[in-house]
Design a protein around this ligand. Structure first.
Ligand SMILES: Cc1cc2nc3c(=O)[nH]c(=O)nc-3n(C[C@H](O)[C@H](O)[C@H](O)COP(=O)(O)O)c2cc1C
Length: 451
């Protein structure tokens, strides 16, 4: 398998330090979503083909809701920019006929991009890619970790929608193998072969295994990666965005370099009880002004345990609470006493509402000198865990909002350990529902209501 072009030594740790630095990005206002770049007629993903219902899974995770109601997608996204795209590698036993497809979330249609290999594994593999231009335009040099977090949230949304079916998620598949499997150009060809086409950087694979598979394969990308690169996207005016080309180029280069992997590992996904399809259909991030009420301690503990247990390969999680017993809690016991929320607000690019949020879950780890594989895994897994935790919180009646930009957030150093080893990479604010209104006073004597 050809490898992605090598990056200069130290490039990633410098880029990570820069993304975590107080340097303010030069940003442009919100850029609208571009037209779907894959041509040809699209197929509705509903069908009678078997156990994996792609219509249901996509509708609950990535499809733009028909009645928007202010929400662009079922899944959360930094800045509501939704940079994640999905390619469906459909084998036998699915609601779509076997083949490669690009998924159009706004039309909820799958665009055929070629045949399936004869030995395609039963079920469907969904390869998630990101297009960086709009997120880079909005967040500048802070964008690339957010793109990884976004891809993690999207992976969780798909996995939750597909569970309780047999779902496996890989956050470490080699980027070149992912690109080959999805029929996308490899890293070296991305810019040269497709002028006018925005690069898609593959990051994650989700395998929806069909229940009737007798002996499921253990390497679901292999057969797909052996196929030639299929139908190509249509060139689009202005692809590349209005972001400064240098930052966009840098973000793409970093994400490509991060994704050079070894053998992919596949971990099963589960839906926490009591998450239902309706929970996924109605999930929202609460506005900051609705997040000040503390969650009940037992519910907070359950959501924290979900975040902690969502992935075996992710960073650790802790919960900052205020009130009578302020502290930083973990599933194994208190990490520190005192109210950490004002410091978290300062670290989260000065978002003041975080200082009084009911509780703030934080994912932490990912040292300053972490190798590329760990930087990728930490951010993807943190986004994945926050996505699962947000769904769990919603099912328990809690409000929540992800928090993505963390600057100088060296939690380990703040707790007295050596600096540089334990940084916050993601967060999720949680709150209970507001107090119910006090009961109405009893009617005054002689003032009873008359029918
Ligand atoms: C990776 C990520 C980072 C985010 N960071 C922040 C943040 O720092 N502050 C904030 O107020 N909202 C943040 N959000 C929430 C988004 O603004 C929100 O998901 C988006 O506006 C879509 O709204 P919805 O979640 O209700 O669908 C983040 C979401 C994600 C997925």
């Amino acid at each position: 398998m050809p490898q992605a072009p090598p990056a200069a030594p130290g490039l990633l740790s410098r880029a990570l330090a820069d993304a975590r630095s107080p340097r303010v990005p030069r940003t442009v206002p919100y850029l609208p979503e571009r037209a779907f770049p894959w041509g040809g007629p699209g197929l509705h993903p509903a069908g009678a083909g078997g156990g994996v219902d792609l219509d249901r899974v996509l509708r609950l995770s990535l499809a733009a809701p028909r009645k928007a109601g202010g929400r662009l997608r079922p899944v959360a996204s930094a800045g509501a920019l939704h940079p994640v795209r999905a390619h469906l590698l459909v084998g036998p036993g699915c609601s779509l006929p076997p083949g490669r497809y690009a998924y159009d979330p706004r039309a909820h249609r799958a665009h055929p991009r070629g045949r399936a290999p004869a030995d395609a594994p039963p079920g469907a593999v969904v390869v998630l890619t990101v297009t960086a231009a709009r997120t880079v335009a909005h967040y500048g040099h802070r964008a690339w970790p957010l793109l990884l977090l976004d891809a993690g949230h999207a992976a969780a949304a798909l996995a939750l929608a597909a569970a309780p079916g047999d779902v496996r998620v890989s956050l470490d598949a080699d980027g070149e193998e992912l690109a080959a499997a999805a029929g996308l150009p490899r890293a070296a060809d991305r810019q040269t072969r497709r002028p006018g086409v925005e690069s898609e950087l593959p990051l994650v694979a989700i395998w929806l295994r069909s229940a009737d598979a007798l002996a499921p394969s253990t390497a679901p990308l292999t057969a797909w990666a052996a196929l030639p690169c299929a139908a190509i996207p249509l060139p689009q005016p202005g692809a590349g965005g209005n972001a400064t080309p240098r930052e966009l180029f840098a973000a793409r280069h970093l994400l490509t370099h991060l994704s050079a992997g070894a053998d992919s590992t596949w971990h099963p996904a589960a839906r926490p009880t009591p998450v239902t399809d309706e929970t996924l259909r109605t999930r929202r991030s609460a506005p900051p002004s609705d997040l000040a009420h503390p969650p009940a301690p037992d519910l907070l503990a359950r959501v924290l345990a979900t975040a902690e247990g969502a992935r075996p390969d992710g960073p650790a999680w802790a919960a900052a609470v205020g009130g009578d017993a302020p502290g930083l809690l973990t599933t194994a016991g208190p990490l520190a006493t005192g109210d950490a929320r004002p410091t978290l607000a300062h670290w989260a690019a000065g978002q003041r509402w975080i200082g009084t949020a009911g509780a703030v879950l934080v994912a932490h780890g990912c040292p300053a000198d972490a190798p590329p594989s760990r930087i990728r895994r930490s951010h993807l897994a943190a986004g994945y865990a926050a996505g699962v935790a947000q769904a769990h919180a919603a099912a328990l009646g809690l409000r929540s909002r992800p928090i993505g930009s963390w600057l100088q957030a060296d939690l380990g150093a703040a707790l007295g350990d050596a600096p540089g080893h334990d940084w916050i990479v993601h967060g999720l604010a949680l709150a209970g529902p507001a107090d119910p209104p006090p009961p109405a006073p009893p009617p005054l004597p002689g003032k009873e209501e008359r029918p």
